[in-house]
Design a protein around this ligand. Structure first.
Ligand code: MSP
Length: 574
């Protein structure tokens, strides 16, 4: 696998003629290559570098990261790609405004997004930049193939271009509005409110209308391709009613900051075509090994995107791929937005939360937890510090931290002994009891979490785990093990009840700790260290009641009180 990967990277830097030959030989499938397993492949959108990241960007990264880590937990090879979208008019103008060369502007801002990924504990395998040489090569080759297959033609284009959204809008989606700051009348997009400019130019077009039937057929056969499925009807309607050929280049005298159209240096590739191809670049396109085109992960298992870029991913992207007969991504997760004061958080309006400050203040894992637990898929969520504090206190500090401390701290029982001897405990009777109900709760948890993750719903998964934490706290309170240990001459039945209680509470910590790893990786690791779970026994398959009797010797101090361990008090609350 590694070797193939290196080979394909080597091929990528050769001339496009070699690349064309490589692709055209893919029919003679190489059986060894075909035996290479396809990794699970997750992507985030690539971020425009014209402004600093905000919480919405961190959300999209963390969602994608939870899917990658979930697959890793399940023992599957998984790849995650994130990165930056660096070409186009928007970036060209932003760089000009700061009076720095675009390349320098992009280098500085891409580094900030890279830093955000690191601080958010994103386990990305790639950080793609659209200015990377391998990406430029991939785009040129993609263009070459589109042209070769007759999907590109040249014509004059007139229309309303929106630099902020980097797309043309039809007349029917434009309105006159008044700028509240200057009082000036301007033309804006009805959908996004961004200003549009009238442009007239010669450019290349992609025959997207030729793919209309294939697109509609694909949607019909794959009604669950977009999550949530409700977004599919918007996509279908749009294709039925608005599909036009797509302008896919701009004259270089207007847009010079981009990838030149192969064989026509007078034109620059449209930034969205350039950007979408990033998903293929890091999957090894076009230097795929014949017969093992899937080795780099393509087709993607899930593209995570925000709801504002559904059309690009659910219409333009599949149309481009269909034109080249390339496999389509398996699913698109379109999430809702974070709002602040119920208004969309956006760099153009300035009402944004800086994720670096938020991580500094609350910690990376508490922020990941909050975003995943409260972030919307179908509906927007409003961001507030009060909500972060509330989740932290109730679910992390009390629910998880306090439970860990209640079970692992007391000197009056020995978790290691309870775990070691649990195998020899008499089975729980048929009659429902506190103990059997607690056991049942743990037995069904992993599959419940797994079902949510299969549906791309980390919030649902987290809620299942937190419900078990809350219920286990109640179970321990009701079972009162501290009274049992105090009693002199404990009867055998009570002794067994005590042992089952501590064991099942410890199992709740172990199993939940394992399942929490994709969401709050550092805190889950600390938790499993406190519970003394061996590093090699933290896989999904270990998250079963009775799968491990070796744990219970702490590798980390649980702290002196319930509140100075895993989730200490927050520094400042407001
Ligand atoms: N560059 C394009 C994506 C190209 S992908 C081939 C782009 N960039 S962006 O920087 O404007 O946005 C990146 C992502 O952040 C998008 O998925 C967008 O939906 C998401 N968000 C932007 N604002 C957001 C919120 N307020 N809340 C949640 N996500 C939001 O679009």
């Amino acid at each position: 696998m590694r070797r193939l990967w290196r080979l394909s990277s080597l091929r990528r830097v050769r001339s496009s003629h070699v690349l064309i030959r490589t692709l055209s030989t893919t029919n003679g499938a190489n059986t060894n290559a075909a035996a290479v397993e396809k990794p699970y492949y997750v992507t985030t959108p690539i971020f425009y570098v014209n402004a600093s990241p905000h919480i919405g960007h961190m959300y999209t990264m963390v969602l994608a990261d939870s899917f990658k880590r979930w697959q890793t937990l399940k023992g599957n090879k998984a790849l995650l790609c994130t990165g930056t979208d660096e070409h186009g008019m928007k970036i060209q103008r932003a760089a000009a405004l700061e009076d720095v060369p675009p390349r320098q502007f992009c280098d500085a801002n891409a580094a900030i997004f890279k830093d955000l990924a690191q601080r958010s504990r994103i386990d990305n395998d790639f950080f793609v930049r659209t200015t990377d040489p391998d990406h430029v090569e991939a785009v040129k080759h993609f263009w070459f193939l589109l042209n070769q297959k007759g999907f590109i033609y040249e014509s004059k284009h007139e229309g309303w271009y929106c630099v902020s959204d980097e797309c043309f809008y039809p007349e029917s989606l434009i309105e006159k509005t008044v700028d509240p700051m200057s009082g000036q009348v301007r033309m804006t997009s009805i959908e996004t409110g961004s200003v549009v400019e009238w442009t007239q130019e010669k450019n290349y077009h992609f025959r997207m209308t030729a793919l209309k039937d294939r697109l509609l057929q694909f949607y019909e056969q794959n009604p669950e391709w977009v999550v949530p499925a409700s977004r599919m009807s918007e996509v279908v309607n749009w294709v039925k009613n608005n599909l036009e050929d797509l302008s896919i280049s701009r004259p270089v005298d207007r847009l010079s900051w981009g990838i030149p159209v192969p064989d026509d240096p007078g034109q620059t590739v449209y930034v969205w075509v350039d950007a979408l191809i990033n998903y293929l670049t890091k999957a090894g396109f076009p230097g795929w090994t014949p017969g093992a085109e899937h080795a780099g992960g393509w087709p993607a298992d899930v593209h995570v995107i925000g709801k504002d870029i559904v059309r690009f991913h659910c219409v333009y992207w599949p149309a481009l791929l269909l034109a080249l007969d390339l496999p389509l991504p398996k699913r698109i997760l379109s999430h809702a937005h974070w709002t602040l004061g119920r208004k969309k958080m956006s760099k153009s309006t300035g009402n944004v939360v800086n994720p670096f400050f938020a991580i500094e203040r609350w910690g990376a894992d508490p922020m990941r937890f909050f975003l995943l637990h409260d972030g919307g898929i179908a509906y927007d969520s409003d961001y507030s510090n009060a909500a972060i504090v509330e989740r932290y206190k109730k679910l992390l500090q009390w629910g998880t931290g306090n439970l860990t401390s209640r079970i692992t701290r007391p000197k009056s029982w020995d978790v290691r002994f309870m775990v070691e001897t649990a195998e020899r405990l008499p089975p729980l009777g048929e009659k429902p009891s506190l103990l059997s109900e607690q056991r049942q709760l743990l037995l069904v948890l992993p599959e419940a979490v797994s079902r949510h993750m299969d549906q791309l719903n980390p919030a649902g998964a987290l809620k299942e785990i937190m419900a078990v934490m809350t219920q286990t706290n109640k179970f321990v309170t009701d079972a009162e093990p501290w009274n049992l240990v105090k009693a002199k001459d404990l009867k055998l039945r009570d002794e067994q009840r005590l042992r089952w209680t501590i064991y099942l509470a410890a199992e709740a910590l172990r199993i939940s700790g394992i399942l929490l790893q994709p969401f709050i990786p550092d805190k889950a690791e600390e938790m499993l260290d406190i519970v003394g779970v061996d590093r090699t026994r933290r896989r999904f398959e270990d998250a079963r009641v009775g799968a491990d009797f070796t744990y219970g010797t702490p590798m980390r101090d649980p702290g002196k009180s319930a509140y100075d361990g895993l989730f200490p008090p927050l520094p400042v609350e407001d």
